[in-house]
Design a binder for this molecule. Structure first.
Ligand SMILES: Cc1cc2nc3c(=O)[nH]c(=O)nc-3n(C[C@H](O)[C@H](O)[C@H](O)COP(=O)(O)O)c2cc1C
Length: 221
């Protein structure tokens, strides 16, 4: 049993420990594998959306989900204004959708076929799941907003393998980092990492290397 569990008062700064830097946190959190979604909505008749891995189920009764959106992003304020959104859960082979919506330079809806859901939100094709929701509450959480959505409808899609984001890569079968604790090379973010032509181009993009985007991480990047 550790001293903390035994009930001794936690020390604010044990042995001069400092909290992780953004880069350290980003790398560490890469050990937590997640799926990848695209959050879509409408902005004055125009479809909008952005890639988002920080998505989770929150409550069954009432039905609530959450996603975390960078407060510096351009799309989230538009979705917030409209009040409704759809979470599109990506399949393993939907890298094109991820790349379209996952960086400032992505093509988003250009030459993309999509459906308008009965809730007035864009539904992307071929995904594992559509979760249609309305914005319930928004909590400011550091450099991100934690958005709680009330689920209006779930529409399961094709039964295929999910896209997995793990240690800065997509899938779990890529080479693991050389050694735990060894200093990894700097990440260039998922777009660069994949080298599929969608590097983050927007000045201030929150998933640039070493910047404040804890969701995108990769020890072995
Ligand atoms: C795999 C992946 C996961 C991402 N997850 C998130 C996330 O959870 N929250 C977020 O705000 N941005 C996330 N992003 C970054 C945004 O998709 C990206 O910064 C996008 O360009 C934002 O667009 P916007 O400026 O139009 O809002 C992710 C990007 C990728 C490629």
């Amino acid at each position: 049993m550790t001293a903390e569990i035994a009930g001794s008062a936690p020390t604010a700064d044990p042995a001069g420990m400092t909290p992780p830097t953004p880069l350290e946190l980003r790398r560490a959190m890469g050990a937590f594998a997640s799926g990848v979604t695209v959050i879509t909505g409408m902005d004055g008749g125009e479809p909008v959306g952005f890639a988002c891995q920080a998505f989770a189920s929150v409550s069954l009764e009432p039905p609530l989900i959450l996603f975390c959106a960078d407060r510096g992003g351009r799309t989230w304020p538009k979705i917030r204004r409209s009040g409704r959104f759809t979470v599109n859960v990506l399949g393993e082979d939907q890298g094109d959708l991820r790349d379209r919506f996952g960086s400032g330079g992505g093509r988003r809806y250009e030459d993309l076929e999509w459906d308008l859901s009965r809730w007035g939100t864009p539904a992307l094709p071929g995904v594992l799941l559509h979760v249609h929701a309305e914005v319930d509450t928004v909590h400011t959480a550091g450099d991100h907003d934690m958005v709680i959505g009330r689920v209006l409808e779930v529409r399961p899609g094709s039964a295929r393998r999910p896209m997995i984001f793990f240690r800065g890569r997509f899938g779990v079968d890529s080479e693991p980092p050389a050694a735990l604790g060894e200093a990894p090379p700097l990440s260039l973010g998922p777009g660069r990492l994949l080298n599929r032509g969608t590097p983050s181009t927007r000045e201030g993009d929150s998933h640039r290397p070493g910047v404040n985007f804890p969701h995108l991480c990769g020890e072995g990047e």
